[in-house]
Design a protein around this ligand. Structure first.
Ligand SMILES: Nc1ncnc2c1ncn2[C@@H]1O[C@H](COP(=O)(O)OP(=O)(O)OP(=O)(O)O)[C@@H](O)[C@H]1O
Ligand SMILES: [Mg+2]
Length: 332
């Protein structure tokens, strides 16, 4: 890996490495004039002249996504043929690091995170953008523990700017819908991925394990085992909602991702799985049109806590990565 520490990229001085993914290195940077900090994502690719304009166009689209639960893209550019994006720095790690450590978790505290992520996705879907890489590593946490969804639309950029084969390229099969694996991602594919995250939260593990191709074929062919087999305390209503988001046929899922998150909330309320003091609030009070806090909805009342059962950590991340983009890798 190229040592970029101390060097300048655009108007930012690179301070330190924050994390690495399959396609990019993420650094903490400081603006040379403003002295503000930001995360700088440097894609591990060198663009040819033909691809630079495509990258800039895609990045511009992403930079127009402004929402309280989406990581804001502040700037982007190409330096020495290497593309980079400057984004808000999320100081509190990822949803994976915070919560998904292989243990089953109670349903109630999941609801605000699901509602926030769903609100972010719905905002993108309303603008005809599909995330394509919804996973716990892309759900960062803000100052008030609110979700900041990262990499919106980036799967497409990295797909377009590389010419690697599927097994060399990005995305994680564990959260990918059958239709996305077949090269036909749609908004319901993001709902499926969010459903997988809910499944992992409740049971402590993803339903499908193995190499990329083993997981991919199960995504297409095998129904997920019932949540209550792994986590018997999970109320039936909650299981039903999550399994509907995981339907193989996108038409059988909820009409949109917001409906999924509201159904999950309703199921929690109906089964008295709520705890009202577990609600992270957004960092700022920008108008969040679709309220994402539990407090704001009063269709039901009551609350309490609960338990269920284990993580969908990729036991072998290298073996189950592939492009979340538009290619088709699974024959039907
Ligand atoms: N804006 C950010 N603020 C703080 N940390 C970040 C930010 N973006 C990414 N990170 C950290 O850097 C790591 C690498 O991010 P990156 O998006 O390159 O890979 P990934 O999402 O983990 O996987 P993939 O390669 O499939 O995209 C993340 O897991 C996260 O820990
Ligand atoms: Mg990421």
């Amino acid at each position: 890996m190229e040592d970029r520490i101390g060097r300048q990229l655009g108007n930012y001085k690179i301070l330190r490495l924050v994390g690495q993914g399959g396609f990019a290195d993420v650094y903490l940077g400081e603006h040379i004039h403003l002295r503000t900090q930001a995360a700088i994502k440097v894609l591990q690719v060198r663009l040819g002249e033909n691809n630079i304009q495509d990258f800039l166009n895609e990045a511009r689209t992403i930079a127009h996504l402004v929402h309280p639960y989406i990581i804001r893209v502040l700037d982007f550019g190409v330096q020495d043929n290497t593309p980079f994006l400057v984004m808000d720095y999320a100081p509190h790690g990822t949803f994976r690091q915070r919560f998904l450590q292989g243990k089953p978790l109670p349903a109630a505290p999941l609801v605000p995170y699901m509602k926030q992520t769903a609100a972010a996705l719905q905002y993108g879907h309303d603008k005809k953008l599909i995330h394509r890489d919804v996973k716990p590593e892309n759900m960062l946490l803000g100052h008030n523990d609110e979700v900041l969804l990262g990499d919106f639309g980036l799967a497409l950029i990295s797909y377009n700017s590389t010419s690697r084969s599927p097994t060399e390229t990005a995305g994680t099969a564990a959260y990918m819908s059958p239709e996305q694996l077949q090269g036909k991602p749609r908004p319901a594919s993001d709902q499926y991925a969010l459903g997988m995250i809910a499944y992992e939260w409740l049971t402590g593990s993803c339903p499908f394990q193995g190499s990329f191709f083993e997981i991919a074929s199960q995504q297409v062919l095998t129904p997920p085992p019932p949540i209550r087999d792994k986590a018997p305390q999970t109320p039936l209503e909650i299981e039903k909602v999550v399994l509907r988001a995981l339907e193989k046929d996108p038409q059988k899922r909820f009409p949109n991702v917001r409906e999924f998150s509201l159904a999950l909330e309703d199921a929690c309320l109906a089964s008295k799985q709520f705890s009202f003091d577990l609600v992270p609030q957004p960092a700022s009070n920008e108008s969040v049109s679709d309220d994402t806090s539990i407090h704001a909805r009063s269709r039901h009342t009551e609350a309490s806590g609960e338990t269920s059962s284990g993580t969908c950590r990729n036991r072998n991340p290298a073996s189950n990565r592939t492009r979340a983009g538009s290619g088709s890798y699974i024959a039907t």
